[in-house]
Design a protein around this ligand. Structure first.
Ligand code: 13P
Ligand code: SF4
Length: 389
């Protein structure tokens, strides 16, 4: 007998939930993944489109796709690159949904942003929904605290959350500039509501801004009053949303002592989406762009254990055969949504553009775009202190 289980999660690529970071099935015929001419087809489409198309590739993308990117980068660099390409008719974003939304917000209305697979969402971004954030704000107002709270959202959030922050005097940040963004926010108010990644918020507040763990509380949107007492809320400086990255959240501090014993002289470098315990046990912490630049600048013969997405770590290892580069944790896997963008989807999106058909266009509505742009522009205007790029 088959038991029908009512799955709370939307299976990737199936069904339609327009409020979700997860997407819908791709219409049209995808080329077969076993088609041996896929690389040649992608090259031909790119050549045919010429300067009409600009391809952005996040560092976590598969090798088979990243080879076609005009620019690779972390989410901060890619947002800036998208904003700096006013002449490209099409921006093909090899990354995830919230990145493509940001590109749409930062580009002109005439430019079209394409996400090759609409199922390339982000589970972290899905952990903060506008309704939940509005309810949280109402609770802060009822507690008489909203006037002193500045909302700051990580880039990894949907456009409507960014718009909420723009409307309420807040900003966007990325893992490259979270410290600068928090410095800015604490110049505007005495508390920050940090969305949706509790780990980036905590790691930045405690390790970069000199706050204590007691200054940070976690707001659980699934519990009344966020699961906090009025005293805890009133005493907090950082109100961290209860969200996390399902990839980086899996790294464990327990693996690090053994790794240090196994690989003499190893330096552990991790992304700030990892838990506080992992970051404390590591030697260095920073965005993907920081991780790449640090390893590139390291001397031959140095050894590195890297705590970030596997596509990037594998690429770093193959690009630096003179250095020993290992993945920090055997139990962590690829980001499944980043991996949705594969060569068949890329070829399909590009060939459709050649045929004059724009598939999987990401379009943020005008009102959301207006306020999300306010929050993104505040981030882009932040002074220095980002990664060197
Ligand atoms: P950055 O690109 O800011 O390093 O963030 C990593 C990430 O998880 C993107 O989804
Ligand atoms: Fe989202 Fe984490 Fe994947 Fe980035 S790595 S897209 S934060 S799930």
């Amino acid at each position: 007998m088959t038991t029908v289980v009512d799955l709370p999660l939307l299976p990737l690529g199936r069904g339609v939930d327009l409020g979700s970071e997860r997407g819908v099935e791709c219409p049209g015929d995808l080329p077969s993944p076993s088609d041996p001419s896929l690389v040649a087809r992608a090259l031909a489409a790119k050549e045919a489109l010429g300067s009409r198309v600009f391809v952005l590739g996040h560092h976590y993308q598969r090798d088979e796709v990243i080879q076609f990117a005009d620019v690779t980068g972390d989410s901060f660099k890619l947002a800036r690159e998208a904003a700096a390409r006013p002449d490209a008719e099409y921006i093909v974003f090899c990354g995830v949904h919230f990145m493509a939304e940001s590109a749409d917000i930062l580009t002109a209305d005439s430019q079209k942003v394409v996400l090759p697979d609409l199922a390339a969402g982000c589970s972290m971004a899905d952990m903060a929904r506008l309704r939940q954030v509005e309810d949280t704000w109402a609770a802060l107002e009822a507690a008489g605290l909203a006037d002193e709270v500045v909302p700051v959202t990580y880039m990894n959030s949907s456009a409507d959350i960014k718009a909420f922050c723009g409307k309420h005097g807040g900003a966007v940040c990325t893992s490259s500039n979270a410290e600068t963004a928090l410095e800015w926010a604490f110049a505007q108010g005495s508390k920050v509501l940090f969305l949706p990644d509790q780990h980036l918020g905590r790691n930045t507040a405690v390790l970069k801004m000199g706050m204590s763990l007691e200054d940070c509380v976690v707001w659980d949107p699934h519990r009344p009053g966020g699961g906090l007492t009025p005293e805890e809320l009133a005493g907090a400086r950082m109100i961290l949303w209860k969200g996390h990255c399902s990839v980086h959240g899996r790294f464990s501090a327990e693996t690090i002592p053994q790794l240090r014993a196994d690989v003499p002289g190893v330096q552990v470098i991790v992304h700030p989406e990892c838990t506080h315990e992992v970051v404390l046990a590591a030697d260095l912490v920073g965005s993907t762009e920081f991780i790449i630049q640090t390893i590139e600048a390291a001397p031959a013969g140095s050894a590195w254990a890297v705590g970030t997405e596997l596509n990037l770590v594998k690429r770093l290892a193959s690009e630096h055969p003179d250095k020993r580069i290992v993945f920090l944790d055997k139990t962590v896997c690829y980001c499944s949504t980043m991996n949705r963008i594969d060569l068949p989807h890329f070829v399909w999106a590009m060939e459709s553009l050649v045929d004059g058909v724009v598939v999987n266009q990401i379009e943020v509505d005008a009102e959301t775009e207006k306020w999300a742009k306010v929050a993104l522009d505040r981030m882009l205007a932040l002074p220095g202190k980002t990664h060197k790029d």
